[in-house]
Write a protein that binds this ligand. Structure first.
Ligand code: DLL
Length: 435
């Protein structure tokens, strides 16, 4: 079937296809992956028990640690001779997670990236500036092959060398920008420093931003700084890389659910949650050959909606990722997601979305600090104005978080910038526990 039609199938047709593919995947992992066979046997499950999509909940979960425990290729369902690409994502601790793709997996990946680019009607004549990292990270090559497949000219600029990136963006007349949202904002800042007007001196009309969470405020800041339409890309290497979901012109994030079957579960109990409720996003791959995964727990907190979208697409929508269950900070017993903090500070006039959350311990007490860069226009040396801004932000944060946070306003462009995923949290408490 032409991939252009796949986002618009009637729901019954999507679900029938999902069931066929789910049964096939379960059959394959049972016979080809000893890890799954053992898990199924322990539960007394046979592939034939899966008769409807609602039987999905009987299947065991897979977690990142399972991939690490079988490092590097232990969960692959095909011999290495059928693998044509290997990526890996670095973890903060322990071994990286390794993922492998067969030729067919590469076709699927390219297809979902085509469907991603289709959201902005990217095609021949477009110049796609791809500033996601090339290498083991899936962002660079994932976007690269999709851009080529839709017939655009792709500039594989990868990350770093920001001034050179600006030169390429301008001289090659890039129309589409692909990078993390934090880097898109940094590029705009540097463009201004270099004397450019990002809206007038460049031809960017749209961008695909992802790989990290971005609040409404950060998205707006990126769109306004460049004068482009903001599209979101969501994905994770274990499932395929970018191309798991993408936002449409209406701003709704659609999951390519004919390949990746989503569920939302309660992260504490593991029980499936009804449509619309927030919980942990779980995916079962439906067409992957190299590394099929059953009920993979992403740790991303989101929600799902089945009603058709205004854009006409019938595939399921997910709410924005509000945070990761393992990103969640517990400060004096209160749950805090970095995205909540970002939301507050993008609502307050005079601040930029460049910030760091620092959690520390004073004696036995947790202390939460938010360091945020102020806007150049506010940073005039008027101490009174800065004091007022600080007080206002502290008040807003206390209202939103139910917790006192100390605000430190810092000069524009003093916090460290990241080329890839931004590091927003510094938790100094663990270091202190050891010492
Ligand atoms: O970040 C794949 C990717 C590349 C997606 C480029 C989009 C664009 P990983 O390095 O395995 O893969 O990291 C996956 O990043 O579980 C989320 O926590 C986070 N993430 C990815 N996209 C988004 C998004 C790539 N749009 C992890 N919003 C995921 C929020 C995101 N978080």
């Amino acid at each position: 079937m032409d991939w252009r039609k796949k986002d618009y199938l009637p729901r019954e047709e999507i679900e029938a296809l999902q069931l066929r593919r789910l049964r096939d995947t379960v059959e394959r992992v049972y016979h080809l992956v000893p890890f799954y066979r053992k898990k199924f046997d322990e539960l007394g499950l046979k592939p034939a028990h899966i008769k409807s999509l609602s039987d999905l909940k009987e299947l065991p979960f897979t977690v990142k640690q399972d991939l690490r425990d079988h490092y590097p290729f232990g969960l692959f369902a095909v011999p290495l001779s059928q693998i044509v690409r290997i990526h890996s994502s670095s973890g903060t601790t322990g071994k990286p997670t390794v993922v492998g793709y067969t030729e067919n997996d590469m076709r699927v990946w390219t297809e979902v990236m085509c469907r991603t680019f289709k959201m902005a009607e990217v095609g021949p004549g477009d110049v796609v500036h791809n500033a996601y990292g090339y290498g083991l990270f899936t962002g660079g090559l994932g976007f690269h092959y999709g851009a080529e497949a839709v017939g655009a000219a792709v500039v594989p600029s990868s990350v770093g060398f920001t001034k050179r990136q600006l030169m390429l963006l301008k001289d090659f007349g890039a129309t589409i920008l692909c990078c993390t949202p934090s880097y898109a904002l940094h590029l705009a800042e540097v463009a201004q420093e270099e004397g450019f007007d990002p809206q007038k001196d460049f031809l960017l009309r749209a961008g695909f931003f992802g790989a990290e969470p971005a609040s409404e405020g950060l998205r707006k800041a990126v769109a306004e700084a460049w004068g482009l339409k903001y599209f979101e890309a969501y994905g994770l290497s274990e499932i395929i890389g970018p191309g798991v979901a993408a936002s449409c012109p209406e701003g709704e994030l659609h999951i390519f659910e004919d390949h990746f079957l989503p569920e939302i579960i309660d992260p504490e109990t593991g029980q499936p949650l009804p449509e619309g409720e927030e919980g942990e996003l779980v995916f079962t791959t439906l067409t992957k050959q190299g590394l099929p995964l059953i009920r993979y727990r992403t740790k991303d907190i989101a929600s799902l909606y089945k009603a058709p979208c205004k854009c006409g697409r019938t595939i399921i929508r997910m709410g924005r990722v509000v945070g990761r269950s393992d990103d969640m900070l517990i400060v004096s017993g209160v749950n805090v997601f970095p995205s909540q903090v970002e939301h507050v500070l993008t609502q307050v006039e005079g601040l930029t979305p460049n910030y760091v959350i620092v959690v520390d311990k004073r004696g036995v007490l947790d202390v939460l600090e938010v360091w945020v860069e102020v806007d150049e226009r506010v940073f005039t040396g008027d101490i009174g104005a800065l004091e007022n801004l600080k007080r206002k932000l502290e008040e807003e944060l206390a209202n939103a978080l139910f917790l006192r946070a100390r605000v430190k306003l810092v000069e524009p462009k003093t916090l460290e910038r990241s080329m890839g995923k931004a590091k927003r949290v510094v938790d100094r408490r663990e270091l202190k526990d050891i010492s």
